[in-house]
Design a protein around this ligand. Structure first.
Ligand SMILES: C[S@@+](CC[C@H](N)C(=O)[O-])C[C@H]1O[C@@H](n2cnc3c(N)ncnc32)[C@H](O)[C@@H]1O
Length: 403
């Protein structure tokens, strides 16, 4: 396992981030985990699963006591005790050998073990140093796990995801070298340079596809409830690099994000923005007693299937659209023409709503994603007509208003 501190946030965000290297146990080229033969196939290795099951998730309480570690409420530490639930999540996520999986908060490694057993190449980001140290020891012989000891919310995500592709390329290269060494020694030949340098370089380039062709990452996590929204805001826009998020959430939040319709009191800006970026699906509920310590509320698993940027609803401007939606919901009881002040004059909003075939008295909570999209275009067209083409987007107006 490689344990590192990668993808540190920009300087302004580094206060308190303190990512650090716990340990680095580098793999010698060609060296494989003990369980693998030298003549491994030239693809990322899959660990033998036997030892993974030496530790049962149900024993978490006992193992924490032995290590003298108390669950920290401040870090949302509610460990999953049920291996059945964990394997259901990995199965629902369709994890296949060689898949790239980002895990947030591996904790005592309960979900991590299931992901590795399914053959995933896992990058796990854990904020708690004590737990990171434990994981670094436990998974020392597993190069398929890359452990990042840091706060996920302070990570430069594109950099973290790029590091996952690099990790996969390194493992593939090691497997290939091991295979070549195995073949050479089996045939009794002397090890020779069988490739010209240029050919080796070409092969390496072929193994490192460009961004658009790279396989997308899956994110699978038993999240601390208090960072759910921030993680969604951070990850939902990355549909060009992430295929799906499989999150264990507070049940009430999962229901609110997946089972509320326009017009309901619980229809919020987060519903509109979630639907803009993905298709959310409630998978199953998890009894609160399956966690240690048991939280006050039940959990659930939700799949967020991310929409690639080119397939999202067409809006005049993404940041402007998000600002429009948030402003419209900022005073939920008011009709939209009033809640959208001062971004737009009430008369402008009423005219735009009418142009979309909507009631002038519509409230934000009455509107669907598509209707918000139509409203954004109607407001844009009106602005262009009024300003002779120099219409401002809401975020521009906001920025100027703050000056
Ligand atoms: C709900 S526990 C889940 C632990 C483990 N995955 C399981 O299923 O048993 C959440 C984990 O996230 C870690 N964590 C909390 N905040 C974090 C953050 N901002 N970044 C990364 N990890 C975090 C906690 O230390 C804890 O290990």
């Amino acid at each position: 396992m490689a344990c590192t501190a990668l993808g540190a946030a920009p300087a302004a965000a580094q206060h308190n981030a303190r990512p650090r290297i716990v340990s680095v146990r580098s793999q010698q080229p060609g060296q494989q985990p003990a369980s693998r033969s030298a003549a491994a196939p030239a693809s990322p290795a899959v660990p033998a699963v036997g030892w993974l099951w030496d530790k049962k998730s149900a024993d978490t309480r006992k193992r924490l006591q032995q290590a003298d570690i108390k669950p920290k409420k401040s870090l949302g530490q509610n460990f999953m005790l049920d291996d059945g639930v964990l394997s259901s999540i990995v199965e629902a996520a369709g994890v296949q050998p060689g898949d790239l999986v980002l895990e947030i908060g591996p904790g005592t490694g309960n979900l991590t073990r299931h992901l590795l057993a399914a053959g995933a190449l896992v990058t796990a980001v854990e904020k708690d140093y004590a737990l990171s140290d434990q994981l670094a020891d436990e998974f020392a012989a597993v190069p398929q796990l890359r452990l990042v000891c840091s706060d996920i919310l302070r990570q430069d995500l594109p950099q973290l995801l790029a590091g996952m592709h690099q990790h996969a390329a390194e493992l593939a290269q090691q497997a290939q070298q091991a295979q070549q060494q195995g073949t050479a020694s089996a045939s009794g030949e002397r090890q020779q340079d069988v490739q010209q340098p240029a050919a080796a370089e070409q092969q390496e380039q072929a193994q490192q596809p460009q961004q658009g062709q790279r396989p997308k990452v899956k994110v699978v996590a038993n999240l601390p409830y208090y960072i759910t929204k921030d993680c969604l805001v951070q990850m939902l826009p990355l549909g060009d690099r992430i295929s799906d998020l499989y999150f264990m959430l507070q049940d009430e939040v999962g229901v609110r994000l997946t089972q509320v319709d326009p017009g309901a009191a619980d229809w919020r800006a987060m519903n509109i923005l979630t639907l803009y970026y993905c298709r959310p699906q409630y998978l199953f509920r998890i009894d609160r007693r399956k966690y240690h310590p048991a939280p006050k509320v039940h959990g659930c698993v939700v799949r967020f299937k991310l929409t690639p940027p080119a397939e999202r609803l067409d809006v005049p401007n993404e940041a402007g659209f998000a600002a429009l939606v948030k402003k419209a919901f900022s005073q939920r009881r008011k009709v939209a023409r009033n809640s959208l002040r001062p971004l737009y004059e009430p008369g402008e909003v009423a005219a735009a709503l009418a142009a979309c075939g909507l009631s002038e008295d519509a409230r934000a909570q009455d509107l669907t994603l598509e209707q918000f999209g139509q409203l954004a275009w109607a407001l844009q067209r009106q602005g262009e007509g009024r300003d002779g083409g120099a219409a401002q987007q809401p975020e521009q107006q906001q920025a100027e208003g703050q000056q």
